[in-house]
Design a binder for this molecule. Structure first.
Ligand SMILES: Nc1ncnc2c1ncn2[C@@H]1O[C@H](COP(=O)(O)OP(=O)(O)OP(=O)(O)O)[C@@H](O)[C@H]1O
Ligand SMILES: [Mg+2]
Length: 372
């Protein structure tokens, strides 16, 4: 390593140390190993691009929910001096990709499959122009319909002269878990294993479930899970009859129960049982700092599609730091531990653990009063 690379490596470790100290974090062993590797990467990136025949090796960080992967990669990016850096969340990137693929230029219209490949390449080039390091957070591949698109996207990313750092809840071999479609993804898995250093960040603790720390800088964590009638506990007034209004989202309107300056209020039925999708949630998150979702059922009782939409909504709100207030039944009620439904909702449960649960607190108080 050159002096400059060593200096950047040390500076990055110092940056991590400082960031952890400021938040009162004790890093897990797995996080320490990741900091070492990310420090080394910062050193490698300090070398001028023209000197390198190829970019530094890509990194794939995976582990169960709440292990501090996103914190690691965000802190890493924050500590890099270069302006040629980007962070993209999987959902966001995918939305842009879909838009690009859905709107081919005239020249591309009759080229069928080739068009899709070219559109992916073009979208990646547009988004990443001049970028040397890309953090692609929370990568996953579940949707069989999107399998080919995701595969192409990943291949394109790995082929560009940028270094890709991605986080995922799945080891590469666990991507696209559906046995019906897994084989479609095997070439991508092989590529990931060949081109990326795979780092397991499986510490023992889901930090989102740790007793509440003082540091709650996230707006998402100021959200709540309320029973009907508890709205005032979150400083909310339920919508009046005249407040219902359409909200313009991605290419259409959705029926909201209330639209106020800083919040939008929906029913579960309208937002999750209707044919909405991630681009709609992203549009809401861009406009409203608070999203209230009423009449939330236990997810075991919802349709499969509604469960998936709800999980995506929670992902988007957490990533975009939207305050999410749920009113109704605790969505995780009645999920059998270890069931496939529960495994799919791991990410959601971990994120919802950040919300205040006045319902649970008052139930605990009631039961303590009854027994004591
Ligand atoms: N060592 C630590 N000690 C305490 N809290 C931490 C630590 N590392 C990260 N955190 C905090 O824990 C929460 C979860 O971390 P993060 O979002 O990075 O997890 P993740 O591994 O990306 O989870 P997921 O797989 O669900 O996306 C965040 O609020 C983060 O700031
Ligand atoms: Mg994450």
């Amino acid at each position: 390593m050159t002096d400059r690379a060593e200096q950047q490596d040390r500076a990055m470790r110092g940056h991590f140390h400082h960031a952890a100290q400021q938040r009162g974090f004790t890093l897990s062993q797995a996080q320490h190993a990741a900091v070492d590797r990310l420090g080394r990467l910062a050193g490698e990136l300090a070398r001028s691009a023209w000197r390198l025949r190829r970019p530094p090796r890509h990194l794939y960080l995976w582990g169960p929910v709440g292990r501090g992967k996103s914190w690691l990669v965000d802190t890493f990016l924050d500590g890099l001096a270069t302006p040629h850096k980007r962070r993209l969340h999987f959902h966001d990137f995918f939305r842009r990709l879909h838009e690009s693929v859905a709107q081919p230029s005239a020249a591309q219209q009759d080229t069928g499959d080739k068009h899709q490949g070219a559109a992916v390449d073009r979208a990646v080039d547009e988004l990443l122009d001049g970028c040397r390091i890309l953090v692609f957070d929370e990568f996953h591949a579940h949707d069989a319909g999107d399998a080919m698109l995701v595969a192409r996207l990943f291949r394109t990313l790995l082929e560009r002269r940028i270094t890709l750092v991605t986080t995922s809840n799945y080891p590469p071999t666990g991507l696209m878990p559906d046995p019906l479609y897994h084989h479609l993804f095997e070439p991508t898995i092989a590529l990931i294993e060949e081109r990326m250093d795979v780092l397991d960040v499986s510490g023992p603790v889901d930090f989102r479930r740790e007793p509440r720390r003082q540091e709650v800088s996230q707006r998402f964590a100021t959200g709540a899970l309320l029973r009907p009638g508890q709205e005032a506990a979150a400083g909310l007034t339920p919508p009046g009859p005249g407040e219902a209004a359409p909200v313009a989202v991605h290419h259409r309107d959705l029926p909201a129960r209330a639209v106020r300056d800083d919040l939008v209020w929906f029913g579960f039925e309208e937002l999750c049982e209707g044919r909405t999708a991630v681009p709609d949630y992203l549009a809401l998150a861009e406009r409203f700092p608070t999203l209230v979702l009423a009449d939330v059922p236990a997810l075991v009782a919802a349709t499969r599609d509604a469960r998936q939409r709800f999980a995506n909504l929670v992902d988007v709100c957490c990533d975009r730091d939207v305050r999410l207030v749920l009113i109704g039944t605790d969505p995780m009620t009645g999920l059998a531990p270890g069931s496939p439904i529960q495994r799919d909702l791991d990410r959601t449960a971990s994120r919802l653990a950040l919300l205040r649960h006045p319902a649970a607190a008052s139930a605990a108080a009631e039961s303590a009063a009854a027994t004591g």
